[in-house]
Design a binder for this molecule. Structure first.
Ligand code: ZN
Length: 248
């Protein structure tokens, strides 16, 4: 069987929050069921892209650390016996402060403000105990390509150290906020001691694919046919023609 590694990038789950970065529990369950029927088995992000699992491998990843991940996504993943990976913005987790940066801050004052509550380190540790991976999403969620070298290194190194201190396992992976990566950022990520990092498909720059892994972002509108097209191996191959595999 050909090996196919599919990495999905989700953010939050909610029955009512219709933000682009949220999907409903019903859709999420349907989306996993489709991939299970197609023979995908679950793995953490790092295991999926650096491991040697044969056949169809699915890594479900969640950026930003929203509490709905443990409250709503985990029970569904448990039904499928699939682990997942959370990419945690460590300053927000440590402060137990609502997630707020340009793009999500407009939800801070409305009916959905509660959706911006991050998980705590204790909750992330529970996920590790259940076989999940906790990776870094930097400390403060900046656009990394806009930072000078010392600020860049600080975001990469300090978040990794904080994660390791707080969940007591090695932090092997990182997701670039906004998928924002260039060759300098990818190289600094490797030097900081990470083994893999998730980008989005349009940001392939050459170099090591493990540090620019093309995750597929699944948003509120992605259901039904839109979703099936996004996860289709044939379509992903076409999209990645300029992103040749290998060179891990
Ligand atoms: Zn993010």
């Amino acid at each position: 069987m050909t090996r196919d590694v599919l990495v999905l990038c989700y953010h939050a789950l909610s029955p009512t929050w219709d933000a682009a970065l949220s999907t409903t529990p019903e859709r999420f369950e349907r989306q996993l069921a489709l991939l299970r029927r197609r023979g995908y088995r679950g793995a953490t992000f790092t295991d999926a892209i650096l491991g040697r699992l044969p056949g169809r491998v699915l890594a479900v990843t969640f950026d930003d650390g929203y509490r709905s991940v443990i409250e709503l996504a985990r029970p569904i993943l448990d039904e499928f016996a699939m682990p997942a990976t959370v990419f945690a913005p460590t300053d927000f987790i440590a402060a137990e402060a609502p997630i707020s940066w340009p793009g999500v801050d407009r939800w801070l004052d409305g009916d959905h403000a509660r959706e911006l509550t991050p998980m705590t380190w204790d909750e992330l540790r529970l996920l590790v105990d259940a076989g999940w991976e906790i990776g870094s999403h930097t400390c403060s969620h900046p656009r990394l390509t806009t930072l000078g070298d010392s600020a860049l290194i600080d975001e990469l190194e300090r978040s990794k150290a904080q994660c390791e201190r707080s969940v007591r396992t090695t932090c092997s992976s990182l997701a670039y906020p906004y998928g924002d990566v260039d060759q300098r950022v990818a190289a600094a990520t490797a030097r900081a001691g990470y083994r893999a990092a998730g980008a989005l498909p349009e940001r392939w720059l050459g170099g090591r694919r493990a540090f620019q892994w093309p995750r597929i972002g699944i948003y509120h509108v992605d259901d039904g046919l839109r979703y099936r097209l996004k996860v289709s191996p044939a379509l992903r191959r076409v999209r990645s023609l300029r992103a040749p595999s290998g060179g891990g």
